[in-house]
Design a protein around this ligand. Structure first.
Ligand code: 3PY
Ligand code: MG
Length: 254
């Protein structure tokens, strides 16, 4: 089943967050019980080549491949889709103009201006001819605009109204920096939680998907009750550190 279909069904989904640009590492991450794997080109080490190669093990594990592009690199959104990504997350979408550019790269006409060429995506997602593909793809690809600044919050209604924007993805670390005027970086900052809840509510009222990066896993249930349904947990250093800690604790009996 496609990620878009599962989001439409209001399923609660967790994505891994991968920053190590290596297909074998992505394969190990994808083998865990996540629903999706996001390959991060903004702060992670992923680049075009590792995205092309990393999407394959994600698909083989029957997980949804997702890509976060670098800031303002909306051309990479089209390329990530051409490589087979089912969703793209664009960081720092701070204005309606940013949202329009992102949507233009994500969607074929008449919604956007995505250029034709699903070079890897077509053979990777078999089972349709090119014209079926063209007809289906705008509904099957998910565009998440990241809200992580005060400007983005001010522009939220316009971003939500932008055709081709399917969802909002809150970046709580950057949002906390903006919220505290640079005093702290804390993705669980209690002060901003009412606003974080209101972003989910407004997003759902607009008929779009609400997503967030979960820094403290104990807060995931709270985010679900706010209306968030697509949540990220990461990254490899954390997976390795937590795994090693649990192993040693068990071995040492402490
Ligand atoms: C943020 O919290 O700012 C993010 O971009 C999530 O990685
Ligand atoms: Mg961020």
């Amino acid at each position: 089943m496609h990620l878009a279909t599962r989001l439409e069904a209001d399923e609660t989904l967790f994505t891994a967050w991968s920053g190590v640009p290596d297909a074998l590492t992505v394969e190990i991450v994808a083998a865990q019980a996540f629903d999706a794997v996001t390959l991060d080109m903004q702060h992670g080490g992923h680049h075009e080549d590792s995205v092309v190669r990393g999407i394959l093990p994600v698909m083989h594990a029957k997980k949804h491949p997702v890509v976060r592009i670098p800031v303002g690199r909306f051309d990479m959104a089209s390329r990530a889709l051409d490589f087979g990504a089912e969703a793209v997350i664009a960081p720092m979408v701070n204005s309606v103009a940013d949202a329009q550019q992102f949507a233009a790269a994500m969607k074929y006409p008449p919604v956007g201006e995505r250029s034709w060429g699903p070079t890897y995506a077509f053979p990777r997602h078999k089972g349709s001819d090119y014209n079926t593909w063209l007809g289906d793809m705008n509904a099957r690809t998910v565009s998440f605009a990241m809200i992580e600044t005060r400007a983005a919050l001010d522009a939220l209604d316009g971003i939500l109204d932008t055709p081709g924007i399917d969802g909002i993805f809150v970046g709580p670390a950057d949002f906390s920096i903006a919220w505290s005027n640079g005093a702290t970086v804390d993705g669980s900052l209690e002060d901003m939680m009412e606003t974080v809840a209101s972003i989910a509510r407004r997003t759902r009222e607009a008929g779009k998907h609400a997503a967030i990066f979960v820094v403290d896993p104990n807060m995931a249930g709270r985010f679900v009750s706010m209306g968030y349904r697509f949540m990220a947990l990461g990254t490899e250093p954390k997976y390795i550190a937590l795994g090693a800690e649990a192993l040693l604790k068990a071995a040492r009996g402490s």
